[in-house]
Design a protein around this ligand. Sequence first.
Ligand code: 0X9
Ligand code: ZN
Length: 297
Amino acid sequence: DFSWTAYYDIDDIYRFLTNTSRTYSKLSELIVGGQSYQGRSILGLRINTPGKTNTPKPVFFIESGIHAREWIAPATTTYFINELLTSSDPKIMSLRDQFDWRIFPSVNPDGYHYSYTVDRLWRKTLSRSNYRCFGADPNRNWNYNWGKYSSTNNPCDYQTYAGSRPFSEIETRTLSSYIQSIDNLLVYVSLHSYAAMLLIPFSDSTQHVDNYKDLVRVGKRSIDYGYQVNRAERYQGPGTAAEMLYKSSGCSTDWVRHTLNTPLVYTYELRGNSFHWPPSRIQEQGNEVTQMMLGLA
Ligand code: 0X9
Ligand code: ZN
């Protein structure tokens, strides 16, 4: 059975989503956010409990696992789903009811499976052209300022090949049109590892967006909430990637912010000192992620 003391392959993660949508069919439904190169559907869970009024709730979107090797991101995301659906903590129950949740634990399922079974440090998609190397970095492939920073045009680059053109990857192309179809998108969160950092748009500019102060204030609240759980390591930030990490372009969050003007857009680099975060410690970060989302809310 599914638990949070081990890492699972993609079939088990997606089976968890399917089973959960059946077990909690009054609270949740299985959703398809797009397609992968190898023909998988990018599965997610929507949680949209009936509200007191008919007005639609703001959408809270979580995109996780865009980088295949960052296993702690999908693991804490399924943990968070489970918390939302099973917790009897009134704060978490109210968090659940406040938003129309669209949660995608693994948006790069081919890459994740490849990392799980063949090459643990694989990061990219698995798309093949007529070239001898395969895969593109799905967090360099979005159609905003594509190819500028921390990107290469070398298909053999293990890390940051941006793809042959913007949205060359079916995963980013289909997921972006799903995102674009959402009305009322208020919060977009992208989960990565590892740096213990909270990043805000834009990643390829040092200029601040118009609601920078709000982003920082809300982001600080999120960091504080997360820190209180284990008092282990305080996340750095919030700040722009250009200030805190390095400039990068073609990232999902920048595209969302620029194209849809979504007010609250955050990238979390979860904690760790390698991609091999021990499975015995998934729950501790799962609880932090839960509280960080509560802090945002
Ligand atoms: O380089 C990346 O894609 C992210 N770091 S990672 O080590 N997980 O690969 C950082 C992305 C920063 N850019 C945005 N937040 N948009
Ligand atoms: Zn990443």
